[in-house]
Design a protein around this ligand. Structure first.
Ligand code: HSE
Length: 435
């Protein structure tokens, strides 16, 4: 039985998970593959610690360069994370003719296109299923299972940390900061949690999904991105009363040659499937012109689920070695020559229904003044909620609008916050009719 030799970069949470599968699940994988996977070497900067698995047969080194240049490695697994030095190590491995598997969404979102081109030149594979949706094989589904479809929309709950925070804020009325601390302790959060809570991690993932869905180059820097840090338990309650749950969604839709990409807290109908996705779970809803609506659900983070996707990629590559990688589906779902530089739709052109939370002085005429400006901009109102009365403090007024363009809404808001009786920090959330 042929043996495929693996080198691993990074023995953090996911790295140890990948090592665990390679060491403990060998027999099952050999039965599925008809060949054996062997973890030959692993690199980590900190080897002065106990590992809770037997690594005695693995060459442990503290220098990743030694792994990406090793003669006895066929496939490199990059689980360092972040842009650099991960990019340099991946590039060196590809240059040396090694196949690479990574879970690094930041790397693929920012440098993916240049690395795919390098991999293609070298005739090697660059696989990244674990980069989006953790253990959920959503990109395999998009790239292969849905290949006969023109994709019409993608809605994704793509960040476990945010979904966990929003779920607990809803269930317990808990404050954002307290719940974030717990999410970090549970190991869902990125090293820098602002990537999670400000939507950057979701934008990384969405930009990859959108490029794969529509055959475009990856435009991470152009994703309209807002996070969840301004949401309060009161907003979650108001949205619920209006029939919605707040989720941090990544949204991508094609508009002719343009691609709409938005990441923001979104009101989704309480009865929709995405509204049922709670805690740290992820879900991706992909609609295609022939298949209609499909949904992929599961663990989007954590050691074992993420490692599961990493090793599935390793197995895909191992199955076609030594020289059959041309038989793998193209990494971004379209042959390289057919991928286009599709422009990102300017966000001001996006059409949405909005949830607006104004902090206002509770006196007569305030609501009328806001409504009159909205009417000037032909923005019609679906619902209004005003609750507490405080003689001196500002009170929240929540409005749901009918559909209007982002540009029109922003001009109306600029006029509203210029009113003396309205504070400047308006919370703007968007609604999507998800399935
Ligand atoms: N920080 C990410 C999350 C991990 O919370 O979902 C998986 O990419």
């Amino acid at each position: 039985m042929k043996e495929i030799r693996i080198g691993l970069l990074g023995l953090g949470t996911i790295g140890l998970g990948a090592a665990r599968i390679l060491l403990e699940q060998q027999a099952l994988m050999a039965r599925r593959l008809g060949r054996r996977l062997r973890l030959v070497t692993a690199a980590d900067r900190n080897l002065n610690r106990e590992f809770d698995l037997d690594m005695s047969g693995v060459r442990l080194v503290d220098d990743a360069q030694a792994v990406v240049t090793a003669d006895d490695v066929d496939i490199v697994i990059e689980l360092i994370g972040g842009y650099e030095p991960a990019r340099s190590f991946v590039a060196t491995a590809l240059e040396r003719g090694k196949h690479v598997v990574t879970a690094n969404k930041a790397l693929i979102a920012k440098h993916g296109d240049e690395l795919f081109a390098l991999a293609e030149r070298k005739g090697v594979a660059l696989a990244f299923e674990a980069a989006v949706g953790g253990g959920i094989p959503c990109m395999k589904a998009l790239r292969e299972g849905l290949a006969a479809n023109a994709v019409e929309s993608i809605y994704g709950i793509l960040n476990g940390t945010c979904n966990y925070i929003l779920t607990r804020m809803e269930n317990e009325g808990a404050a954002f900061d307290d719940v974030l601390r717990d999410a970090q302790q549970l190991g869902y959060a990125e090293a820098d949690p602002t990537f999670d809570i400000e939507g950057i991690d979701t934008a990384h993932k969405l930009s990859i999904l959108a490029a794969m869905a529509f055959g475009s180059e990856i435009h991470f820097d152009e994703v309209f991105t807002e996070g969840i840090s301004r949401i309060t338990p009161d907003d979650i309650r108001s949205a619920y009363e209006l029939g919605y749950r707040i989720k941090l969604l990544g949204i991508a839709k094609p508009h002719g040659e343009q691609v709409e990409m938005r990441v923001h807290p979104t009101l989704v109908p309480l009865h929709s499937q995405l509204a049922q996705v709670s805690d740290s779970y992820n879900a991706v809803q992909i609609s295609g012109d022939f298949v209609e609506h499909t949904m992929y659900f599961g663990r989007g983070a954590g050691e074992r689920p993420t490692a599961s996707a990493v090793i599935a990629d390793v197995m895909d590559i191992a199955r076609v070695l030594p020289d059959g990688v041309a038989h793998l589906a193209p990494p971004m779902g379209f042959v390289a020559a057919e991928r286009r530089n599709m422009p990102t739709m300017p966000v001001v052109d996006a059409e949405c229904e909005y949830y607006l939370r104004f902090m206002v002085q509770d006196r007569s005429g305030v609501l009328a003044a806001i409504l009159s400006i909205l009417a000037d901009h032909r923005i019609s109102i679906e619902a209004v909620i005003q609750k507490e009365r405080h003689a001196t403090e500002a009170v929240p007024v929540v409005m749901m609008t009918h559909s209007t363009s982002e540009g029109n809404l922003q001009s109306a808001i600029a006029r509203i916050v210029a009113l003396d009786c309205v504070q400047r920090d308006v919370l703007i959330l968007r609604k999507e009719e998800t399935h």
